[in-house]
Design a protein around this ligand. Sequence first.
Ligand SMILES: Nc1ncnc2c1ncn2[C@@H]1O[C@H](COP(=O)(O)OP(=O)(O)OP(=O)(O)O)[C@@H](O)[C@H]1O
Ligand SMILES: [Mg+2]
Length: 313
Amino acid sequence: MARRRKIRSSISIPITLGSITVLLSMALLVGWSFLLGQKISRSVDIAGDVWLLVLGALSFVLIIVVLVLFVVSLARGIIEVRKQDTFIDSVTHELKSPLASLQLCLETLGREGLDTDAREQLRVMMLEDVDRLDAFIDDVLEANRLSYARSGMVSLNDVALSDLVGECARVVRIRYKLEPDELRIEVDPHLVVTTDRAALEIVLKNLIDNAVKYSVRPAQVEVVGRRDSDRKVLLEVKDHGIGIDRKNLKRVFHRFYRVEDQEVRQRRGTGLGLYVVWALVEQLGGKVQAISEGRGRGTTMRVELPIAHVVSA
Ligand SMILES: Nc1ncnc2c1ncn2[C@@H]1O[C@H](COP(=O)(O)OP(=O)(O)OP(=O)(O)O)[C@@H](O)[C@H]1O
Ligand SMILES: [Mg+2]
């Protein structure tokens, strides 16, 4: 908290100074033009002053443009620093809570007299914690890799879509202990896509995970996959959960962005998942879009992919 306040105050000083300089330059320019205007109206000879005025005005405009750019880039810096700060808090939490749970399970396992059922329960809990840690570390590594490498990193395979969706759904079902009808799959069983399997798996796991996480239990999530045209495949992950305001539909794909909302804050997350989804879908030559009628009205994440990804040279 103290660190955040320190960063904010250290960056807000140059921003204030930049804004004051912009205002002063503008006041000077207006004053200068006003004085010259008065000279003209009093018919004083100004032939020599006109060039000076033009040059001065141009320099002022240049100074103002540079200062505005400076202020904008600083403001962007502040936003990025704040996001990274929130990210570090979330990362710490995401790492610490499964680790604390693992420690507790291991301590309990060490006790004498535990029956087989209790041991099995602890084993399942530990596997879930490891799965959470694994998914989280995958996202962090993938986001980091994607921020350096933008394209040309795909490795192509023929992927049977319904198998892949089934596999991703299985992982999420275990993670959230879903009842069978909380997550329905309707994917054309003959649909084969030539794409990067590992990348598409991360995309699907993130979208299905969000659909369940941002729903109220029992969830009503549906994954639909079909051929859209000769060249395209459409994948939709639909939920009836907390929904997304219209103004945030694009922002949710920004790195570290989480909607400012009590319902979102109650759920764990770092705001990395959809950034990873967006960047991977771009690499696969597709598009991803968030659709929602607003808060409380569910969300559909629509992914459009080429049936055969073409690797650009
Ligand atoms: N299906 C959804 N319904 C409602 N809001 C959603 C949904 N999916 C994403 N969001 C909003 O978009 C934000 C960004 O999602 P993203 O998956 O990137 O991060 P996260 O779920 O918060 O964390 P994580 O990095 O663990 O996935 C979420 O915090 C949430 O506010
Ligand atoms: Mg997520």
